[in-house]
Design a protein around this ligand. Structure first.
Ligand code: KG4
Ligand code: ZN
Length: 365
């Protein structure tokens, strides 16, 4: 009879506390039996960014409740679980530690195997959870804390073709919103404001397009926006609604153009080795942006590649992706022991240089 594997996953690497139960029977599609997420947006709102100490404390308070709700929603008890998978990095050290300690406690009490998961692998494997796609595929991870373009060759085999050298794109959207007095999170409010704007009124740079590689940069866009804003304010004494719309539209178009061009380059590199039925998948909160999605879809159409964007709830941080990555490791017979440690700067591919320094949302990757 086909083996059924049921995994409890925990996620607490940034500002979402999450627990989920996923199950797979044989080679059937993986089913999400429950996925509970407690966001911390309101907790950090007054500070303009995630406060690591507050985040860690909130994770520690909420994790037990999340696990209880994930099991109840799945109508299961710990006795029905085969292993506990937990994000062991990268992320904010306090949050990652909260999750790892909670998972160790559960495993110590039940004797269940413990599986440490790289948070980025959780995101990068999500298209296999949502659409059951086979390896290899090209993956673009774009969120408030991440920006990488990767070739996914296997559950533990990723090649990073490029990444941000400064801010993550979501971070740039959030800072743009702050500079224009728009609400957080910045991505949705900048996108809404941009809908009435002219993307060509202001000249925004297209950072790093003059370099042939797949690396990206977003901090210059934010500085360009700051200068343009200050110039308008100096000339006219303030910003009109149309000024804001045009600034947002110009900024958003620049981000979309840069992501599209660097993805096109990555796709060309990828297709040299794997030209048949190429798939490009995105994950991360920024993948919600319609202008960016449309730009990526066009890149894929032009190259004859399939474009996959998982549902938003699975693009953003969640524990179902961690539990699913746990299934992939568990099936290969692999797990950790009580020595598992939190790794705040855990790189996804073994050959890449270490990740960038800490940002408002923790260590960037
Ligand atoms: O993946 P996510 O929920 O959390 C992490 O950053 O880990 O992504 C959140 C980020 C925020 O920076 C938010 O501003 C951005 O995704 N975002 C968007 C949009 N929706 C969310 N950026 C651009 N356009 C959007 N519609
Ligand atoms: Zn994430």
């Amino acid at each position: 009879m086909a083996q059924t594997v049921t995994i409890l996953g925990l996620e607490s690497s940034c500002d979402d506390t999450a627990a989920a139960v996923v199950r797979q029977t044989g080679q059937d599609a993986v089913r999400i039996l429950s996925s509970i997420v407690y966001g911390q947006t309101e907790l950090h709102g007054p500070y303009g960014g995630v406060v690591p100490e507050l985040a860690a404390r909130a994770h520690a308070e909420k994790l037990d409740l999340c696990v209880k709700q994930a099991l109840e929603t799945a109508s299961l008890s710990l006795g029905d679980i085969d292993a506990v998978a937990v994000t062991a990095g990268p992320g904010l050290i306090g949050g990652v530690l909260s999750g790892v300690m909670c998972a160790k406690g559960l495993c110590a009490a039940t004797g269940l195997p413990l599986i440490g998961i790289n948070h980025l692998a959780g995101h990068a494997l999500t298209p296999r959870l949502t659409d059951g796609i086979a390896f290899p595929y090209l993956m673009l991870l774009v969120s408030g804390g991440h920006c990488q373009v990767l070739i996914a060759n296997g559950p533990d085999d990723f090649i990073r073709l490029g990444g941000t050298i400064d801010d993550a794109p979501g971070e740039a959207f959030d800072k743009t919103a702050r500079l224009l007095g728009l609400p957080q999170p910045g991505g949705p409010s900048v996108e809404d404001t941009a809908s009435g704007g002219d993307p060509d009124r202001f000249a925004f740079p297209r950072p790093l397009l003059d370099r042939p590689d797949c690396n990206l940069s977003f901090s210059g866009l934010k500085t360009a926006l700051l200068r343009l804003r200050d110039r308008i304010v100096a000339e006219k004494g303030g910003l009109t609604r149309q000024d804001r719309a045009d600034l947002c539209a110009g900024f958003q178009q620049a981000v979309a153009d840069v992501l599209a061009e660097k993805t096109a380059r990555a796709l060309r590199i990828y297709m040299q080795d794997a030209p048949l039925q190429p798939t490009v998948a995105v994950a991360g909160g920024v993948a919600a942006n319609r202008t960016i999605r449309t730009a990526l879809q066009s890149v894929c159409d032009a190259a004859g590649a399939r474009f996959l964007a998982p549902p938003l709830a699975l693009c953003t941080d969640n524990a179902a992706m961690i539990a699913h990555a746990g299934i992939e490791r568990f099936r290969s017979g692999d797990h950790d022991d009580m020595q598992l440690s939190a790794r705040p700067r855990w790189p996804l591919d073994r050959t890449s240089p270490s990740l960038l320094g800490g940002g408002k949302k923790g260590a960037k990757a």
